[in-house]
Design a protein around this ligand. Structure first.
Ligand code: SF4
Length: 314
């Protein structure tokens, strides 16, 4: 890829359990978000905002998309997500509509739901094929502890926004609930979450837990058995997923080490994910990771049974 075709807003494609092979669009600056979730794998929120802004002109994103589509690559999904809350982009509607004009690849949006009470945000999402909103708590106490929201946000208003969105949106809704041991997995909170989740009639309820090192080391995952029990408790359409909420690892062309550092500076990644996302053999990925480790450019952090690579500039 020449310098002029370097991508700034597109990432991947990367493989994720939820969206298979997915090309990411990142329309907001790093860690610009209305929440500061304790489990956020991107680190602490640096710009906690609720005011929508035109962070980047849609034409720049579409320009990169046109270049990508010219390569003949065809991911399973195009996913608007990235390293902050994408509905904070004021021109989200235009971005979605322009992408839909130039490709038939299904378009998904991952959102933290906080702005869905705004009819303009719900309207912006109407052309998406799938929206993946999250809701990790119903009680204000758990909401504050898990999501550390912007001071203007109230969880009951977010739930109302989700309800209105369900009524208006004709595409699929995959509701994600991320559970943290000892914080939002109490029987009372889980009962409330189930009640609200079922009332939204989502096409899927995706139960997740802390899959990789988050902002706070105190954010611990639920064990598999507990997640499976909760899946039964929620009933269909619940499923257990385990993986990254923000699945768009930034992958640029260029030397392997450079691409790995790009990816590992966005979020902690396993060697398997590096290999799959970049189309490398495992051995090749491991060699490059070890080189970076020797050069002091990357760290390896153990989380549960897995090792996660994190670039030092993070
Ligand atoms: S997990 Fe998502 S919603 Fe939560 S702080 Fe990180 S970017 Fe924001």
């Amino acid at each position: 890829m020449t310098k002029s075709s370097k991508r700034h807003y597109l990432f991947g494609p990367v493989v994720s359990r939820r969206l298979k092979l997915s090309l990411g669009i990142d329309p907001v600056p790093f860690k610009t978000c209305s929440l500061d979730c304790v489990y956020c794998e991107l680190g602490k929120t640096t710009d906690k905002v609720v005011k929508r802004q035109s962070f980047v002109p849609p034409r720049e994103i579409i320009g990169e998309m046109i270049q990508f589509l010219r390569t003949g690559n065809r991911p399973d999904y195009i996913t608007i997500s990235g390293s902050g809350e994408p509905t904070l982009h004021l021109d989200l509607e235009e971005i979605i509509q322009e992408v839909k004009k130039i490709t038939s690849i299904p378009l998904a949006v991952i959102t933290n739901s906080t702005l869905l009470s705004d009819p303009r945000v719900r309207g912006a999402l109407k052309s998406a094929d799938i929206v993946l909103p999250s809701l990790d708590a119903v009680s204000p106490e758990a909401f504050a502890r898990v999501n550390r929201p912007h001071s203007s946000l109230r969880v009951d208003q977010i739930i109302s926004g989700l309800q209105q969105f369900r009524e208006e949106f004709s595409g699929e809704i995959w509701l994600e609930i991320l559970l943290i041991r000892g914080i939002n997995d109490t029987p009372e909170e889980v009962e409330l979450l189930r009640e609200v989740a079922l009332s939204l009639h989502p096409d899927r309820i995706q139960l997740n837990t802390v899959a990789r090192p988050g902002t706070e080391s105190s954010a611990l995952p639920l064990v598999d058995e507990h997640l499976q029990e909760l899946k039964e408790f929620f009933g269909p359409p619940a499923e257990v997923i385990a993986g990254s909420r923000h699945s768009s690892a930034k992958v640029q062309s260029g030397p392997v080490e450079e691409r790995i550092l790009e990816t590992a500076s966005r979020r902690p990644v396993t060697a398997e994910e590096i290999a799959a996302g970049m189309g490398l053999e495992m051995k090749e990925a491991e060699k490059a990771l070890n080189r970076l480790l020797e050069e002091g450019k990357i760290n390896l952090k153990q989380h549960g049974e897995k090792g996660y690579w994190i670039a030092k500039n993070k």
